[in-house]
Design a protein around this ligand. Structure first.
Ligand code: ATP
Length: 205
């Protein structure tokens, strides 16, 4: 089984692309969603987060005060670093277990905005970057989330430059409306199936 990562900056269309892979029967692990779940359910992570921000960052029902966390980490880079040092390794460990549970598939995908920033890519065989021009990304995010341009730009500044992600990736999907997404996804799907077949043959010989 081939372990594949999909990344791209905010609003590039990662989730949209992953939905197409899911239609093709390929399982997808959404790292951001999973991180949110782990923050609510994993005892070890909860303890570490409490140590960093104080016990009262979780309420009596063990719900995390996300607004407070966001306010602190976006204003104090040192806290962001320490927070990420808790979350990133936890998501990598959890993702590895998830891949093991999906070993019967030819390939499986982990979707993560911070695939390169977190070091998560080191545990994967292939990476795909979804890319779109910044003006299109801003417009899509505004329509989806109703955020203003300044907020979106601030989030973008927290991510590695898109050009660098493109450079580091094995496959690139252009989501700028010029080439149909479905055709690009099918193309990569075929290549990954082929790669899995070759890997199987290699392991058998
Ligand atoms: P984030 O990093 O914020 O989670 P993302 O990279 O996962 O974003 P999506 O959520 O897939 O991006 O796309 C952002 C928005 O743009 C969504 O509302 C989506 O429906 C829309 N969108 C994505 N691709 C296209 C496209 N080719 N044409 C029209 N709308 C699109």
């Amino acid at each position: 089984m081939i372990k594949v990562g999909i990344t791209g900056n905010i609003g590039s269309g990662k989730t949209t692309v992953c939905r197409i892979f899911e239609i093709l029967g390929i399982p997808v692990y959404y790292a951001d969603d999973r991180a949110k779940e782990l923050l609510q359910s994993d005892k070890e992570i909860i303890e570490q987060v409490k140590k960093l921000f104080g016990d009262d960052v979780y309420d009596a029902n063990n719900r995390l005060d996300k607004k407070r966390v966001a306010h602190v980490v976006f204003n104090e880079p040192e806290f962001l670093k320490q927070y990420e040092a808790i979350i990133h390794p936890a998501v990598i460990r959890d993702g590895e277990k998830w891949f093991q549970r999906h070993a019967q598939f030819p390939y499986a995908i982990k979707e993560a905005a911070l695939l390169f920033e977190s070091g998560g890519y080191k545990h994967l065989d292939k990476t795909i970057c979804v890319t779109a021009p910044v003006n299109i990304r801003i417009k899509r995010i505004q329509e989806r989330d109703g955020l203003d341009t300044e907020d979106i730009l601030a989030r973008m500044r927290n991510q590695m430059a898109e050009a660098e992600k493109v450079e580091l990736s094995d496959f690139i999907i252009y989501n700028d409306g010029t080439a149909p997404l479905i055709r690009q996804v099918l193309n990569i799907h075929e290549k990954l199936l082929e790669l899995d077949k070759k890997q199987d043959q290699f392991e058998r010989n």
